[in-house]
Unconditional design. Structure first.
Length: 256
């Protein structure tokens, strides 16, 4: 048998929807289940076909799982980030790890057209040489507002993400990723790290400088502004989303 998948409580075999099925109690390795499917028209000799499927392909209405708010199918999810509306689609990013416990953070991704029905998308961002993917935000930009990211006539979504180096031992940095279609994501290699705590020479920030996260970016008066938390509150400005200047810092306003 080919083209077997389970979605929305239906089994689809060779393009045909089969609703009459039940889950068995057998588990074959981590994350795999046996499903008995009644498919009499596919065989003259048997009317039950056992299929082994990954739990990632199973959509069930579990007890106590909210139906009007997004939740990951499986794995660990926390800290929603980068909520943005682009070309008729709502995008939600969140910290994700493919295990039942907290671990090296990735950025999961889900989309919706009505904020009720959500579709889980492939992982948007993986850990890299600067660390795991922590908190961040998303903005819509184009060539005029981010000329170093988009060419003339282009636009898309720009992500500003905290990287947590060696689980915080190497400090936290702000990196950039972007997408022109809202589906495929790439980190900007020639200017990946846009803010590095080691380059912050403000004499007001002699303590807790390596706690450098939770970037929130907004546009005001034809400029981009970024608020950075984690330790003392810091505010930066930019004309292009790549080059940032410190506007103000508040040593006594701690955000831990």
């Amino acid at each position: 048998m080919t083209d077997k998948v389970i979605e929305n409580n239906q089994v689809i075999i060779m393009g045909e929807i089969i609703s009459d099925f039940q889950f068995s109690h057998e588990i074959f390795g981590e994350g795999f289940y046996m499903v008995d499917v009644n498919v009499p028209r596919l065989s003259d000799s048997c009317d039950v076909i056992p299929l082994m499927v990954s739990e990632r392909l199973i959509d069930v209405n579990e007890d106590y799982r909210g139906q009007y708010h997004y939740s990951v199918k499986d794995g660990w999810g926390n800290d929603p980030n980068g909520m943005v509306y682009y070309k008729g689609v709502y995008h939600l990013f969140y910290q994700f790890y493919d295990a039942p416990t907290w671990g090296p953070m990735h950025w999961g991704h889900a989309t919706s057209k009505d904020l009720i029905h959500w579709e889980e998308q492939p992982i948007a961002l993986y850990p890299d040489e600067y660390g795991t993917m922590y908190s961040g935000c998303a903005v819509i930009a184009d060539h005029d507002t981010a000329p170093g990211v988009f060419a003339q006539g282009e636009e898309g979504i720009v992500l500003l993400i905290t990287t947590n180096g060696t689980n915080g031992g190497d400090g936290q940095r702000i990196i950039m990723a972007y997408s022109k279609d809202g589906k495929t994501w790439q980190k900007k290699e020639d200017a990946k790290v846009i803010l590095d705590w080691t380059e912050d020479d403000s004499d007001t920030l002699t303590e807790h400088k390596s706690a450098f996260r939770d970037p929130k970016v907004f546009r005001y008066d034809n400029k981009w502004f970024m608020v950075v938390a984690g330790g003392p509150l810091r505010i930066y400005s930019s004309d292009n989303l790549i080059d940032w200047s410190l506007e103000s810092a508040y040593r006594d306003l701690h955000t831990e």
